[in-house]
Design a protein around this ligand. Structure first.
Ligand SMILES: [Zn+2]
Length: 194
């Protein structure tokens, strides 16, 4: 596979405009001859893999496995997973924690050049926080038919009545992102926990 080693190795080659999507890779390449990380796109799968690693960490801590990373200028500035049980906090979703980390990292409540990657479709609370933080791009993995507020139940990130809208990409590594949740709840049921 083209990016089986490191997608970074291909950066010098990126001097053309192309959009490419396949079952395995989802990425956009934009014209860039200046090596400006803003304009060089890494495959969405690359960042989603990092969010998925956070979800796996959550599972190992007996938390519902959802992970999120926030990317700015080609690097991760926030990385978090759901910690609702450990923190006894209903707001401790992966996205909420990541947003707080990112605002600390940039020193501004506005995350206007950031992209949020999250393994599960954001809920109404997290979608609200995404709008408040002015995050322009959100990429999520699995859909959440029971609580999703981006596409499933509500479309909060693309509601023209609100003062901010987001570019949304969905279904990135959906099978892996959803699978870890399915497996978590299957195990919880087997243990009689939920
Ligand atoms: Zn949420």
């Amino acid at each position: 596979m083209l990016f089986s080693t490191s997608p970074l190795a291909f950066f010098p080659l990126l001097d053309f405009d192309i959009q490419f999507t396949s079952h395995f890779l989802h990425f956009e390449l934009k014209s860039d001859r200046t090596n400006n990380m803003d304009n060089i796109a890494v495959p969405h799968d690359y960042w989603m893999q990092k969010a998925l690693a956070e979800a796996q960490q959550a599972a190992s801590e007996d938390e519902v496995p959802v992970g999120a990373v926030i990317v700015l200028d080609g690097r991760v500035i926030a990385s978090a997973h759901n910690q609702r049980e450990q923190l006894h906090d209903p707001t401790a979703h992966a996205e909420m924690i990541a947003i707080t980390q990112a605002t600390e990292s940039v020193g501004d409540w506005r995350l206007e050049r950031c992209t949020l990657y999250v393994t599960l479709e954001p809920c109404p609370m997290c979608s609200g926080a995404i709008l408040q933080a002015r995050i322009p791009k959100v990429v999520y993995g699995a859909s959440d038919p029971k609580a999703g507020a981006v596409d499933s139940l509500f479309q909060l990130l693309n509601d023209s009545r609100l003062n901010h809208e987001c570019e949304v990409t969905s279904g990135i590594m959906a099978q892996e992102c959803g699978g870890i949740l399915t497996e978590f709840f299957r195990r919880q049921r087997a243990l009689g926990k939920k």
